[in-house]
Design a protein around this ligand. Structure first.
Ligand SMILES: Nc1nc2c(ncn2[C@@H]2O[C@H](COP(=O)(O)OP(=O)(O)OP(=O)(O)O)[C@@H](O)[C@H]2O)c(=O)[nH]1
Ligand SMILES: [Mg+2]
Length: 432
């Protein structure tokens, strides 16, 4: 998938539904017409184009890198006076200590863009420079950065800015308004954020915000700034048990960011954020459905059971995509994928047939042949089972006391979910 193809962010890694390109089609039984089977992207070292790859560590890692590249990176610029809570806000939405004091490695020497460990998130942070005092320098450097990255791949560009104002300061200075207007002239979409907004919920869950902050928000809105919906988003990133002030507004800020950020950066933002599991689940479902559709197409010409490895690149691509959506590091995802599909116990043997043996009911298939519907159903079930595993890993589950991955547990969760999905949907139904 290219970044200019936002219409279908679900197809993982290789493009399995692209008939007729590259190499001999392995499942074409010589009809002479255009091959109905998809071209297979080779995975793993030394595999000739068109050959059916094995399910191996190298194959998964390759697929993972492909998915990583396709998803790209979401780059967020964060501005505001010192101490307003920029780093705290970034940490609250993207998890861990993303924006701790040491905030990662700058992409290039002297640049303000810092890339987070797993590569899905870049934070442009002009630490040490102060809006008002250093406005000219900040804008100048940002402008140079934007011009420099304009010719680079999309994932190198800055996609969105948050301008943060601390609500409890009860003021929004003219220099800040001027700065926000300058950001807009650089064609950078801006979300204005009021941070550290005191708020409490009543027994019914209704949120009440401090009246003076609402007044400040109205004053800011009256200035007609070129920001998201013309008004600030009100948040509090840290709960304070002492005063009873609650965390709130983070999802509003994330939603505003999704609405304003370019479509091509959306899946990276889905992957990078840690507070909205529904968005991750939806992206994973999409990957599953499009892989199931590709598998259905691959089985359009029924595949002999033994040739089921033709489904390998489709399923590996799907699994790699989902692991990326859950921002699971490559090494962990690879180990888990091998554990889940029990490939390790089979000495790296071809896969799909091994995987197929795990699917309940598969032994009863007529003629030992897999049709499109069955191929789609299996892929759908594998996708669901792997999705479940990824959710667990993202929640920090399946760890042994020493912190390594509990392979047996991963395998059990995968198998149980696989069986449950097949029981629920049966085999041979078309994927949704
Ligand atoms: N109660 C509460 N405290 C907050 C919140 N956000 C930040 N703080 C506190 O405010 C202080 C400054 O927060 P930072 O996130 O470091 O602020 P910053 O804007 O990154 O500061 P600089 O990097 O120096 O520009 C810290 O002590 C935070 O704990 C919040 O939402 N609620
Ligand atoms: Mg900071």
């Amino acid at each position: 998938m290219s970044h200019s193809d936002p219409a279908d962010p679900g197809t993982g890694g290789p493009a399995p539904a692209d008939p007729g390109t590259g190499g001999p089609a392995p499942a074409d039984p010589g009809t002479g017409g255009p091959a109905p089977a998809p071209a297979i992207t080779p995975y793993g070292p030394g595999q000739p184009a068109g050959s059916v790859p094995e399910w191996s560590q190298a194959a998964f890692e390759q697929a993972f890198s492909d998915a990583e590249l396709a998803i790209g990176r979401f780059n967020l610029a964060v501005f505001g006076k010192t101490g307003v809570g920029k780093s705290t806000l970034v940490n609250a939405i993207f998890g861990e200590a993303v924006a701790a004091t040491g905030i990662g490695r700058p992409v290039t020497m002297g640049s303000h863009l810092y890339v987070h460990r797993t590569g899905k998130l870049g934070i442009y942070d002009t630490q040490g420079l102060e809006v008002g005092r250093d406005t000219e320098r900040i804008v100048g450097e940002l402008q140079r950065f934007i011009e420099h990255t304009r010719t680079l791949p999309f994932s190198e560009q800055v996609h969105l800015a948050w301008y943060c104002v601390r609500a409890t300061d009860r003021r929004f200075e003219d220099t800040e308004a001027a700065f926000v207007r300058q950001l807009a002239t650089l064609e950078l979409p801006v979300v204005l954020v009021l941070t550290q907004v005191p708020g409490r919920r009543d027994a019914g869950g209704q949120l009440y915000l401090a009246p003076d902050v609402l007044e400040l928000a109205r004053q800011i809105e009256a200035q007609g700034l070129p920001v998201h919906e013309g008004r600030p988003v009100l948040v509090n990133a840290l709960a304070d048990p002492f005063t009873g002030v609650e965390q709130h507004g983070l999802l509003d800020l994330l939603d505003a960011s999704f609405r304003l950020a370019p479509q091509e950066a959306a899946e990276a933002l889905v992957a990078a954020q840690k507070i909205d599991p529904a968005r991750k689940a939806a992206a994973a479902e999409k990957a599953v459905n499009s892989a199931a559709a590709a598998a259905t197409a691959a089985g359009f010409t029924p595949i002999p059971f033994a040739d089921a490895a033709i489904l390998v690149p489709i399923q590996i691509g799907m699994m790699a995509r989902i692991a990326n959506i859950y921002d699971i590091p490559m090494e962990r995802a690879t180990v888990a994928s091998l554990a889940a599909t029990t490939v390790t116990t089979q000495g790296g043997r071809a896969a799909a047939t091994g995987l197929l043996k795990m699917v309940p009911g598969i032994g009863t298939l007529a003629g030992g042949v897999i049709t499109g519907g069955v191929a789609g159903s299996i892929t759908f079930a594998v996708g669901h089972a792997w999705h479940r595993v990824c959710i667990g890993m993202a929640e920090g589950k399946y760890q042994t006391v020493s912190g390594t991955l509990d392979s047996q547990m991963v395998q059990r969760v995968f198998n149980d979910e696989l069986a449950a999905t097949v029981r629920r949907r049966g085999l041979g139904k078309r994927s949704r």
